[in-house]
Write a protein that binds this ligand. Structure first.
Ligand SMILES: Cc1cc2nc3c(=O)[nH]c(=O)nc-3n(C[C@H](O)[C@H](O)[C@H](O)COP(=O)(O)O)c2cc1C
Length: 190
C-alpha cells in the first residue's frame, strides 16, 4: 500500500483550532500516515533525515493554514531545504518522480472573498499555480487540493458559535481529506 507523508505547516498547533482538529481527526482514524510537524521541527533540522521520509513516501500531503495567500514561512523553509537541487529537481534530481502531491489547507476568508469581484480578486485556485509548478518541476503528480473556507477562529474575538462552526468544518475537511487519500492509495496500490 502507498505510504503517506503528511507535512504539517502550522507554526504553532497549540494555537490552532482548524489544523489541530483536522490532524486530531486523522490521528484517530485507521489511515496510516507519517507526520512531520513544523511546529516541533522548527527552522533548523536534519535535512537528510527529512529527505529519507520523502523518499519513503508515495503521497505527500502539505497540511497548512493559508497565510498571505500561500503556505506559512516555516513549511516553505522545509521545502526550500528538503526539495533541493540534485534531489528534487535538476538533471540528477529524481527523488520525487512519480510521487503525488496533495495540498490540504484552511482558508480564513469566506468563499465570497475568493471571487473576481470579491476582496481577494481571484479564485483560490489562482493562488495555487506555484504549487502546481513545484510539482511539475519535481515530476510529481499534482492532486486535486482539499480546502475549506471561513476557517478563522480568533480566541477572545470570535464567538462560541464561530468556534463550533469552525470545528464542524474542520471535521468535514478531515473526512474529505481522508476520502481523497483512501482513493489515491487504492489507485496507487503496489
Ligand atoms: C499570518 C496570517 C496570515 C493569514 N493570511 C490569510 C490569507 O492570505 N487569506 C486568508 O483567507 N486567511 C488568512 N489568514 C487566516 C488563516 O488562514 C486562518 O486563521 C487559518 O486557516 C485557521 O487555521 P488554524 O485554526 O489552524 O490556525 C491568515 C492568518 C494569519 C495568522
Amino acid at each position: 500500500m502507498a505510504n503517506i507523508l503528511l507535512v504539517s505547516g502550522h507554526p504553532d498547533l497549540n494555537h490552532s483550532l482548524a489544523n489541530k482538529t483536522i490532524l486530531t481527526k486523522m490521528e484517530e482514524s485507521d489511515l496510516p500516515f507519517t507526520l512531520r510537524r513544523m511546529d516541533l521541527l522548527g527552522w533548523d533540522f536534519d535535512i537528510a533525515r527529512e529527505q529519507e521520509y520523502v523518499k519513503q513516501a508515495d503521497i505527500i500531503v502539505f497540511q497548512f493554514p493559508l497565510y498571505w495567500y500561500s503556505f506559512p514561512a516555516i513549511i516553505k523553509n522545509w521545502v526550500e531545504k528538503v526539495f533541493a537541487h540534485g534531489f528534487a529537481y535538476g538533471s540528477t534530481g529524481n527523488a520525487l518522480k512519480g510521487k503525488h502531491l496533495l495540498l490540504s489547507f484552511t482558508v480564513g476568508g469566506g468563499a465570497d472573498h475568493y471571487r473576481k469581484d470579491g476582496q481577494n480578486r481571484h479564485p483560490i485556485e489562482e493562488f495555487l499555480y506555484s504549487f502546481e509548478q513545484m510539482a511539475s518541476l519535481c515530476q510529481m503528480k499534482y492532486e486535486k487540493p482539499v480546502y475549506s473556507f471561513g476557517m478563522a477562529y480568533i480566541p477572545g474575538v470570535s464567538s462560541e458559535e464561530d468556534r463550533n462552526r469552525v470545528t464542524d468544518l474542520s471535521i468535514s475537511h478531515a473526512e474529505r481529506l481522508m476520502d481523497a487519500l483512501r482513493s489515491l492509495r487504492k489507485k496507487t496500490a503496489h
